[in-house]
Design a protein around this ligand. Structure first.
Ligand code: FES
Ligand code: FES
Length: 132
């Protein structure tokens, strides 16, 4: 049911933990299952130089969080904002259809952290697109 990459990122998740005094922090909850993910960002010159996550969720949510942090590390804030849950799922060689919503958690938590960063800097927040 799960790809090798999903199992790898679930068993050895990358970038787990917290950042002290983060430049941005955000959380997302999944209304479908009650799972929660929190993201911490370090941003230098508009580039995400460090990112950590904590996820209370299923294997797909943890693997998606891990992959998403790898994909946005070293990217600009805008590039990170444009990372879609579909791209995260593709990077994991796919998620079972009933588990696609788990990858939305990662996208939304990153968005929340980026908007927290923008608010901290006095910038207008970016608009969330809806998923269905
Ligand atoms: Fe919560 Fe998926 S239902 S872990
Ligand atoms: Fe809820 Fe995976 S995040 S089932």
């Amino acid at each position: 049911m799960y790809s090798e990459k999903v199992l790898d990122h679930f068993q050895n998740p990358r970038n787990v933990g917290e950042i002290e005094n983060p430049d941005g922090v955000g959380q997302a909850g999944n209304p479908k299952c009650g799972d929660i993910m929190k993201i911490y960002l370090r941003v230098e010159n508009d580039v995400i130089t460090d990112i950590r996550f904590k996820t209370f969720g299923c294997a797909s949510a943890i693997a998606s969080s891990s992959m998403a942090t790898e994909l946005v590390k070293g990217k600009t804030v805008e590039e990170a904002w444009n990372l879609t849950n579909k791209a995260v799922a593709e990077a994991l060689d796919g998620l079972p259809p009933v588990k696609m919503h788990c990858s939305v958690l990662a996208e939304e938590a990153i968005h929340a952290a980026i908007n927290n960063y923008r608010r901290n800097r006095g910038l207008p927040v970016w608009e969330e697109e809806s998923h269905d």
